[in-house]
Design a protein around this ligand. Structure first.
Ligand code: TMP
Length: 205
């Protein structure tokens, strides 16, 4: 395996099955004795998890600028204190969401600007990017019924079709020019989705 480690991210709308697949990937990495770190955004460190609560809270509205800079602050903390040290040890780092989520949710959906997000990422985060990004594309009727069943919904866990369609459209705008993306048909069975993820991971380890 690449001694410098490997950084992989998972992206997609609400309830597209990322979390379930991350658990399966974790087991696969364990079984294959591959050193790894599984993490998520916003979050991943104590400070960043506190910031996550603020960002996703339904009760405390914050401006889009505040939201973007809080996410960036959490990301700086996460990259420097967790992701880079793990990569330096040669680990495979799997992160549930990263900068592309900011580009889609804050940049596109909340109109901050997709390019503005990547510009900030370039200036303040040294354009630190994953080697591979899986985009989970699932049928919106499937995700809608999953979201309905959720007990604790965050502020973006909406069953509203306009929101979910816009998020998907945002991802396709972001993906367009980026070769690191691999689109996954997340409407398939858990087993089939897992198989295609592992096939791609195996190509680069
Ligand atoms: P999840 O962990 O269940 O996917 O939820 C995280 C939520 O945070 C999801 O609704 C998307 C949102 N989010 C943003 O709005 N911007 C970001 O930069 C990130 C990483 C997540």
């Amino acid at each position: 395996m690449n001694k410098k480690g490997l950084f992989i991210t998972l992206e997609g709308g609400e309830a597209t099955g990322k979390t379930t697949q991350i658990k399966k990937i974790r087991n696969w990495l364990k079984e294959n004795k591959l050193p790894h770190l599984i993490t998520r955004e916003p979050g991943g460190t104590n400070t960043a998890e506190k910031i996550r609560k603020i960002i996703l809270s339904k009760n405390k509205p914050i401006s889009i600028e505040t939201e973007v800079f809080l996410i960036m602050a959490a990301r700086i903390e996460h990259i420097n204190s967790k992701i880079i040290p793990a990569l330096k040890k040669g680990k495979i780092v799997i992160c549930d969401r990263f900068v592309d989520s900011t580009a889609v949710y804050q940049g596109f959906y909340n109109s901050f600007g997709i390019n503005e997000i990547y510009k900030l990422h370039k200036s303040y985060l040294n354009n630190f990017l994953p080697k591979l990004t899986f985009f989970f594309d699932a049928d919106l009727n499937i995700t809608k019924s999953r979201i309905r069943k959720r007990k604790n919904r965050n502020k973006y866990d909406m069953t509203n079709d306009i929101f979910n369609k816009k998020i998907k459209r945002g991802y396709y705008k972001v993906i367009k020019s980026k070769r690191r993306f691999k689109i996954i048909n997340a409407s398939l069975s858990e087993k089939e989705v897992f198989k295609s993820l592992i096939k791609e991971i195996k190509k680069i380890i």
